[in-house]
Design a protein around this ligand. Structure first.
Ligand SMILES: C[S@@+](CC[C@H](N)C(=O)[O-])C[C@H]1O[C@@H](n2cnc3c(N)ncnc32)[C@H](O)[C@@H]1O
Length: 204
């Protein structure tokens, strides 16, 4: 799966995560970002056009070199400079309390140890700093959730370790961040892939 995960998945993700309806969610997630922003799972830079003018700098954590290469022209077109600050959201090489905001879009499904990554986000955000996120994950409807569990072994293999069945809200609630806003809904398409969590969590 090395070649598939390294070379094919980032290209497929760039197409599937770049659809119009998804861009509306990106825009909602990015609204209010300010100052130095840590983005985990920067991917192919699909949030580039949604960063508000108040953003001074983007510190991007992204393991995929292919994703980073695709992101190049989008980064070049951005007003704020983007620095590749690391390769792994589970261990971020930034000072504690050094970021004003953080962003995660469709990344919490894929990071192997999400509790560790949320711990790192809580460490790196300054007090009062906010994590903005939009993620897909476990549906509240039993029938859909059962399908998510059934499909998970295949999804994990073909989609670079993506989990369909993580309750993102539960992960955020048990982190050191305080959930302040959450909106949950299905996007168009097959329900097991389309249940989303859009929210904010603050570091007290
Ligand atoms: C489904 S893609 C989403 C990409 C991007 N966030 C977006 O919204 O289009 C998941 C991303 O998580 C990244 N990723 C995987 N493991 C990671 C880790 N340990 N730390 C940070 N990012 C990771 C992948 O390389 C990929 O770019």
């Amino acid at each position: 799966m090395g070649w598939w995960t390294d070379h094919v998945v980032p290209r497929i993700t760039d197409k599937t995560c770049g659809l119009g309806e998804i861009h509306k969610l990106r825009s909602r997630a990015c609204d209010g970002l300010t100052g130095d922003v840590l983005e985990i799972g920067f991917g192919s830079g699909l949030n580039a056009t949604h960063y508000p003018a108040e953003v001074r700098r983007v510190l991007a954590v992204e393991p995929s070199d292919v994703g980073w290469r695709i992101a190049g022209p989008r980064i070049d077109a951005m007003r704020a400079p983007v620095v590749r600050a690391g390769l792994d959201g589970q261990r971020i090489d930034l000072e504690s309390s050094s970021c004003d905001s953080a962003l995660s879009t469709f990344t919490m499904c894929t990071i192997p140890d999400l509790d560790a990554a949320l711990g790192e986000l809580a460490r790196v955000l300054r007090p009062g700093g906010t994590l903005h996120f939009v993620e897909h994950g476990r549906a509240p409807d039993d029938r859909v959730a059962r399908w998510q569990d059934r499909l998970q072994p295949i999804q994990g293999r073909v989609a670079g370790g993506c989990h369909l069945n993580r309750s993102i809200q539960e992960y955020v609630e048990r982190s050191r961040l305080r959930l302040t806003d959450i909106d949950t809904f299905y996007v168009a398409g097959p329900k097991p892939f389309g249940y989303c969590y859009l929210g904010r969590a603050v570091k007290d």
